[in-house]
Every structure is written in C-alpha cells, then in structure tokens.
Design a protein around this ligand. Structure first.
Ligand code: HEC
Length: 131
C-alpha cells in the first residue's frame, strides 16, 4: 500500500514540474515578442526623418523604393552597400554633388542646397531598406 502512495507522490511531483516548465516557456515567448515590436517601432521613428526629407526634395522624381526609374530603386542601393560611417558619407556627398558611374552613364543631378547632415539622414533611411 505504501508503495502506491510513493509512486503517486512521484507522479504528482513530475506533473507539477512539467506544468511549471510549460508555463515558463510561454512567459518567455510573450516577453520576446513584446521586445521585438518595441525595438522595431524605435527604428521606424528614426527613419521618418530621412524619409520626410526625401519626400520634401526632388528625389522621388528619379527614384522609387522598389523600382528603377531614372535612378536605381532605393532597395537596390541598400542591397549594394553595407551601412558604415564611410559609406554613408560617400553616398551623402554623391547626392550633394551629383554624378554617374555606379549604376550606369545617366548622371544624378547635384543637390548643392542640401546640408551634409540632411543628406546623411536620407542615406541612412535608404540603406535601412535593405532586403
Ligand atoms: C535627375 C534624377 C535624379 C534625382 C532628382 C535624384 N537622383 Fe539619385 N540617382 C540618379 C541616378 C541616375 C543615379 C545613378 C548614378 C550612378 O550611376 O552612379 C542615382 C544614384 C543615387 C544613389 C546611389 C549612389 C551611388 O553611387 O551608388 C543614391 C543614394 C541616390 N541617388 C539618392 C538620391 C537622393 C537622396 C536624392 C534627392 C535628394 C536623389 N537621389 C535625387 C538620379 C537622380
């Protein structure tokens, strides 16, 4: 008789452990999901500065996000480069001075009125479109 109780007790202890385990893992999943959505919304807020600047300038007459018009699609530009301080400066300079050669012989017009800071924000936004 005693043995049965011991076995029952063990079985209950096991069940309790398993129950705890599965509770814990659901908790972890919930936390992870919340963190991910919080960090992606931070990125969106940062991007809108460059995005708004692009919309205010003439960029979209020659560029589309996902399709080549006169200039390359911004997604293609993002896929070609890896964002680093150097790359951002080089591309920001190119937008200000204009030029050709990296995508074909059609030149981009110069944008001498843009500040380097604004140009950098636009490039950061463009490079964030990497697929
Ligand atoms: C008159 C059309 C035109 C306008 C307006 C224009 N672009 Fe371009 N853009 C081009 C062309 C053409 C190229 C490809 C140049 C090349 O082959 O190196 C280009 C290339 C680029 C590149 C990639 C440069 C490289 O060397 O890979 C970036 C980034 C870019 N444009 C951003 C912008 C931004 C930001 C604006 C607005 C301030 C803008 N462009 C306005 C035509 C234009």
């Amino acid at each position: 008789m005693k043995r049965i109780f011991i076995i029952l007790g063990l079985a209950l202890a096991f069940a309790a452990c398993n129950g705890n385990k599965s509770n814990n893992s659901t908790d972890t999943t919930t936390t992870t999901t919340t963190t991910t959505s919080a960090s992606s919304s931070t990125t969106t807020v940062k991007d809108t500065v460059g995005k708004a600047l692009i919309a205010k300038n003439d960029c979209l007459t020659c560029h589309k996000l996902d399709q080549k018009i006169v200039g390359p699609a911004y997604q293609d530009v993002a896929n070609k480069y890896t964002a680093s301080a150097d790359v951002i400066d080089t591309l920001a300079n190119k937008v200000i001075k204009g030029g050709s050669g990296n995508w074909g012989s059609v030149p981009m017009s110069a944008h001498p009125d843009l500040s380097m800071d604004d140009a950098r924000e636009m490039i950061k936004y463009i490079l964030s479109l990497k697929k």
